[in-house]
Write a protein that binds this ligand. Structure first.
Ligand code: SF4
Length: 74
């Protein structure tokens, strides 16, 4: 994974979508907010991009290897 993935928990609406799509990376914490549990480099950037775009709270934040924010609208 070249992308670095984070969840902005202030935006997470606890839909569970990212967790059902990729349970090896996302999980609910004790407050039922998504959190990143694994940053396996084998996970494809394209998959992370799709999940970030499909997040109903726009809470999944991606940065590239240089720390630049990935534009999810592209
Ligand atoms: S898809 Fe988005 S809103 Fe839903 S649980 Fe994951 S981070 Fe939260």
């Amino acid at each position: 994974m070249a992308y670095r993935v984070e969840v902005d928990q202030d935006l997470c609406i606890s839909s569970g979508k990212c967790i059902s799509d990729l349970p090896t990376v996302f999980a609910f914490d004790d407050d039922q907010l998504a959190t990143v549990i694994n940053t396996d480099p084998a996970i494809a950037d394209a998959l992370l991009l799709r999940l970030a775009r499909n997040c109903p709270g726009q809470a999944i934040i991606l940065h590239d290897e240089n720390g630049e924010l990935i534009n999810l609208d592209g």
